[in-house]
Design a protein around this ligand. Structure first.
Ligand code: FES
Ligand code: MG
Length: 574
């Protein structure tokens, strides 16, 4: 079937007999398309985040070809377009600063063009939320295809994981347990194929989140980038989007509150990245679903961690795929999930995973014999985080989950770097490291610096974890007893800005409490003396960002981008 029943959206560009339609068709024909490409068949936009500066998405030109093949087979007209590509490993000051900018690019590119349905090619961390946020604000039929993880890293015969082993190696180097030469050799051992980080970092987490949300074909998350079945997934995705256009199956029918609840529970079961919290909140905000931090805490409480993957466990994404992938986890969790949630297949989430089978119970544990009891994200409140802060218990040290300690405060990332290895720094393993001014406005962009490295002198004593608190994020590949996303942030005068060296802080994860043991009078006095830090840059996107960015408990979107604005375009271009 190439002809839809009622004229599609693209008909308003290509379907007429006037000057404007001449223009739209004629210029497209300079690429060699025949006239029947414009006969009313679904026009499928393939939004590609390929870039050589986003190494995790470096194979996307090839992947797009497989999608196109599928679109053509199903009778659609594929048109590929670029979107701002966000590479986690290169972008400064942090890729997160540009997530919302990329989402604006995607939203406006979709709405302004003659497109009936969209395939989002996502991989590296921020590319997944950015594209889905932009698409959600338009609400056309949309399907996501992840680029897939890299093959397992392998260093001297042992598996090593993206990110996770970087933190380990760099501490080994600082503590004198690894030579500089070995450290450099490990670089090419870690990233040895195309694809995104193969730990359960943010990229693998978000690939799992979109699968759990129902906006990808089943099995999307774990297929390695270089496995032939990733190309097959791409081709099938191309076929499916054409049918979705005929069925008029829109994003808003799939991205319901139930879908987000499913994703949050799946995040707990996979030991997913803390970054999923801000990304799902932001996506929900775009599609008009009321999602809050309280939902994260409520839904995470009963969910055990089933997946034995770095950084919470020992295996990597390649192992996860061979063990059966995300469908196994979804199937096992169905008692807790909304199994009837609609997905892009046109069928329910439960139906999609009916045939899933677990081929390795050491990699994928079960609800009955979980890998770790506590999988979800815990939301902490108290006078230090009135609007909330988060911690990932599965990546933390059990002994530190209830802890009272003396604060050692760093008021910026530079201050931290200057001070942390000073042999005279008054700090021991029981202290709590506090980092200020690294939140959405403060860094700006809420960088992944919350898992700050421990002082060298303590590492040398064998200390491996300490409580750390900040308004920053941390890499999904990181681990430790790290309290993140403190809101409101220090750079807007939140209580975190008022902590001083020597203050006592109480962390009680079971009680969901984060308390600064300083009197209200003293805090009020410090507040009256507080001055906002100078922004790192004036003008341009950064100034707009700092002015409009929402706090972590609201997803760190720009305030004016929240909401679905639809895909209608009232005016012609000439
Ligand atoms: Fe791209 Fe980790 S750096 S996914
Ligand atoms: Mg990251």
């Amino acid at each position: 079937m190439t002809q839809a029943k009622k004229p599609l959206r693209s008909h308003a560009w290509f379907g007429g007999d006037d000057k404007d339609s001449f223009i739209h068709r004629s210029w497209m024909k300079n690429q060699g398309y025949p006239s029947d490409a414009f006969d009313g068949r679904p026009v499928i936009g393939i939004c590609n985040t390929w870039s050589e500066l986003t190494p995790c998405n470096g194979h996307f030109r090839e992947l797009a070809e497989s999608v196109k093949r599928g679109v053509l087979e199903a009778g659609g007209f594929p048109v590929e377009f670029p979107a701002m590509s966000l590479g986690e490993s290169n972008l400064r000051p942090t890729a997160m600063l540009f997530r919302n900018l990329a989402s604006m690019d995607v939203e406006e590119s979709i709405r302004a063009n003659p497109i009936d349905g969209v395939v989002l090619l996502t991989g590296c961390d921020k590319t997944t939320p950015a594209l889905l946020m932009g698409a959600a604000s338009c609400d056309l039929p949309t399907i996501v295809l992840s680029g897939g993880p890299m093959l397992n890293g392998n260093y001297r015969g042992k598996p090593i994981g993206s990110g996770t082993d970087v933190w380990k190696f760099s501490e080994d180097l600082r503590a004198g347990r690894m030579t500089l030469n070995s450290f450099k050799q490990a670089e090419s051992c870690m990233s040895r194929s195309t694809g995104h980080c193969m730990t359960m970092g943010t990229a693998s987490t978000m690939a799992s989140m979109v699968e759990a949300l129902g906006v990808t074909l089943p099995g999307n998350a774990a297929i390695p980038a270089v496995d032939a079945r990733r190309k097959l997934q791409a081709q099938l995705t191309g076929r499916r989007i054409v049918d979705m256009v005929h069925e008029d199956l829109k994003l808003s029918q799939i991205l319901t509150k139930q879908a987000f609840e499913n994703a949050i529970m799946v995040n707990g079961a996979i030991g997913g990245s803390t970054n999923a919290v801000v990304h799902l909140l932001a996506i929900a905000g775009r599609i008009g679903v009321d999602l809050t931090l309280a939902d994260w805490d409520r839904l995470g409480r009963e969910i055990p961690c089933l997946l034995n993957l770095m950084p919470s466990g020992q295996y990597l994404m390649e192992d996860f795929y061979y063990a059966g992938g995300l469908p196994v986890i979804i199937k096992d969790l169905l008692q807790s999930l909304h199994g009837d949630a609609l997905t892009v297949t046109g069928q329910s989430l439960a139906k999609n995973v009916e045939e899933a089978e677990n081929f390795n119970t050491d990699v994928i544990h079960s609800v009955n014999t979980p890998f770790k009891e506590e999988g979800g994200i815990a939301v902490l409140k108290g006078n230090l985080s009135p609007r909330g802060a988060i911690i990932k218990p599965s990546a933390a040290t059990p002994d530190l989950m209830q802890h009272r300690g003396r604060a050692v405060v760093f008021n910026s990332i530079e201050h931290y770097k200057e001070r942390v290895d000073d042999p005279d720094l008054d700090i021991d393993a029981s202290c709590i490291m506090v980092l200020q001014n690294c939140g959405p406005k403060g860094y700006p962009g809420m960088a992944e610096v919350g898992n700050m490295g421990l002082p060298k002198k303590l590492l040398e004593q064998g200390v491996r974890d300490m409580v750390r608190i900040s308004d920053a994020r941390m890499s999904g590949t990181a681990f430790g007893t790290v309290v993140l996303h403190v809101a409101p942030e220090a750079a807007m005068g939140g209580p975190l800005a008022l902590v001083r060296d020597g203050d006592m802080i109480e962390l009680d994860v079971a009680g969901r409490r984060l308390h600064l043991d300083v009197s209200d009078e003293e805090l009020a006095r410090r507040q009256s003396e507080w001055k906002a830090p100078e922004p790192a840059m004036r003008g341009g996107y950064q100034e707009m960002y700092i002015k409009h960015v929402l706090q972590a408990d609201q997803g760190v979107d720009l305030d004016f981008l929240v909401g679905c604005r639809g895909a209608a375009v009232p005016r012609e271009s000439h």
